[in-house]
Design a protein around this ligand. Structure first.
Ligand SMILES: Cc1cc2nc3c(=O)[nH]c(=O)nc-3n(C[C@H](O)[C@H](O)[C@H](O)COP(=O)(O)OP(=O)(O)OC[C@H]3O[C@@H](n4cnc5c(N)ncnc54)[C@H](O)[C@@H]3O)c2cc1C
Length: 180
């Protein structure tokens, strides 16, 4: 009996790899003309790989951390405060550290007592209930939303865990040859 895996994103490929390791026949079906899903490295217009989707290994605590070494890929370490630029509504670019000074952003995020999530409410409901809309959405939650999904489909509880995740202080790792 063969198992069909729908979708060749990271989850589908990992499931297929596990099945294959267990000597179970598997077929991966992908709707697009490429594998990777939300991991999408573009090499068509610049001398360096440009990440259109996932870009970072978020700390040494995540399951993806050992993979680059396993495959002989070089990584660089950095912190988002130093490296990441945010475009303000005025169009100006500022570092995350600078933005942290002008809005409840990255640098002081854990100093704020964010209200707790109620039951299984969505992130959209949480933000609405606490009047955290527009520019008041904390930078780290904006990042969470852009990485994962529409706030109506995300769990507020999981998003708050991400906000307070201590491993974020360690910084991130970027794969020099491209995330794909
Ligand atoms: C802009 C952006 C930045 C991100 N940055 C990071 C980061 O820095 N670090 C990090 O760890 N994560 C990051 N993420 C999150 C990470 O990319 C995702 O969590 C991960 O890639 C999701 O993998 P997945 O396999 O669950 O889903 P997907 O990658 O969405 O894969 C699903 C696949 O299934 C296919 N599919 C769907 N329906 C069907 C169907 N009916 N038939 C056939 N195929 C189908 C899709 O075409 C797709 O290829 C980022 C995401 C985005 C969008």
């Amino acid at each position: 009996m063969k198992t069909l895996v729908i979708g060749a994103g990271a989850a589908g490929l990992a499931a297929a790899q596990d099945l294959q390791k267990a000597n179970h026949p598997v077929l991966v079906l992908e709707a697009r003309h490429r594998v990777g899903g939300r991991i999408h490295t573009d090499r068509s217009f610049a001398a360096v790989p440009i990440e259109l989707g996932a870009e970072f290994i978020h700390s040494s605590q995540v399951p993806t951390y050992p993979l680059p070494q396993q495959f002989g890929l070089q990584t660089i370490h950095f912190t988002q405060q130093e490296d990441t630029l945010v475009r303000l509504p005025s169009g100006n670019l500022r570092s995350v550290a600078e933005v942290g000074c002008v809005q409840r952003g990255f640098s002081d995020i854990r100093a704020v007592d964010w209200p707790e999530a109620v039951g299984e409410e969505s992130l959209a409901a949480y933000l609405e209930r606490n009047r955290l809309t527009g520019q008041k959405v904390p930078y780290k939650l904006q990042e969470y939303i852009s990485d994962f999904d529409h706030p109506g489909l995300l769990s507020a509880g999981a998003a708050l865990e991400f906000l307070y995740d201590k491993s974020a202080e360690e910084g991130d790792y970027r794969i020099l040859d491209g995330y794909d």
